[in-house]
Write a protein that binds this ligand. Structure first.
Ligand SMILES: [Zn+2]
Ligand SMILES: [Zn+2]
Length: 243
């Protein structure tokens, strides 16, 4: 059957929201070949080729099943030459952007990540930095565009074998090519120090810090991904007046 090929440029919030893995997945479902790649700004380029029916199915799924945080502002589509792609690939990012960058924002935790944190059988049980393609920090951990792990502060935390397996698994909707993922084995850790920076040994530093705030008398600086939060017991006049 005769094959056709189209090239699409999709712009909007399409980086850092699981968009490329999503494209990869619907390309396989609709049996088209080609590639997807970031164009360095707020744009993604997609080449798809296959029978007319399959290409139409791809376009239909693109519209219908995009990831929850993605926002498509514009799709440019043009017919192009077929290139005999045998399969569909996620290519390395390119830097020939036409538009200014739209940096993906930090996204509040999704319900699936939260469920994992609360599930004693999950390997993310009580792990505060759990995130996926649909949630987690973006803007605050990026050093430059495009949003790829090597340009974020997560570069200091190489994935363990289990995370790498999920990152590479095309069928893993939330973690395939999700740039910010980690787990208790390979990701950032939480610890507590006194005001001189000496480590305070504790099984659960978050619980310990909450207890210290609750008891009053103590000001806790909580280092987050974008800076420090200063916390104390607001009903304790002495600690609020402390200089
Ligand atoms: Zn999530
Ligand atoms: Zn890991």
């Amino acid at each position: 059957m005769e094959k056709i090929a189209v090239r699409l440029r999709v712009s909007g919030v399409v980086q850092g929201v699981g968009f490329r893995p999503f494209i990869h997945r619907i390309a396989r479902r609709s049996n088209v070949g080609g590639y997807v790649r970031n164009l360095g700004g707020s744009e993604v380029e997609i080449h798809v080729e296959g029978t007319l029916d399959n290409v139409l199915l791809f376009l239909h799924l693109l519209e219908k099943e995009k990831p929850p945080p993605a926002i498509i502002e514009e799709i440019e589509i043009e017919k192009t030459e077929t290139q005999n792609f045998k399969d569909f690939k996620i290519l390395k990012s390119s830097f020939e952007s036409k538009l200014y960058s739209m940096i993906p924002p930090d996204i509040g935790i999704c319900k699936y990540c939260l469920e994992e944190i609360l599930d004693p059988k999950s390997r993310w049980y009580m792990y505060p930095f759990n995130s996926c393609a649909w949630c987690g920090p973006r803007f605050s951990i990026m050093e430059k565009v495009p949003y790829d792990r090597e340009y974020t502060s997560m570069i200091d935390f190489p994935l363990c074998s289990e995370c790498l397996k999920e990152y590479s698994d095309q069928n893993n909707i939330r973690r395939f090519h999700a740039q910010g993922i980690s787990c208790p084995k390979c990701g950032p850790k939480v610890w507590l120090t006194d005001s001189r920076g000496e480590l305070i040994l504790s099984k659960n530093p978050i619980f310990e810090a909450a207890k210290l705030i609750d008891e009053g008398g103590c000001i806790i600086a909580i280092k987050g991904i974008g800076g420090f939060h200063i916390a104390s017991l607001a009903t304790d006049d002495d600690v609020v007046m402390k200089e």
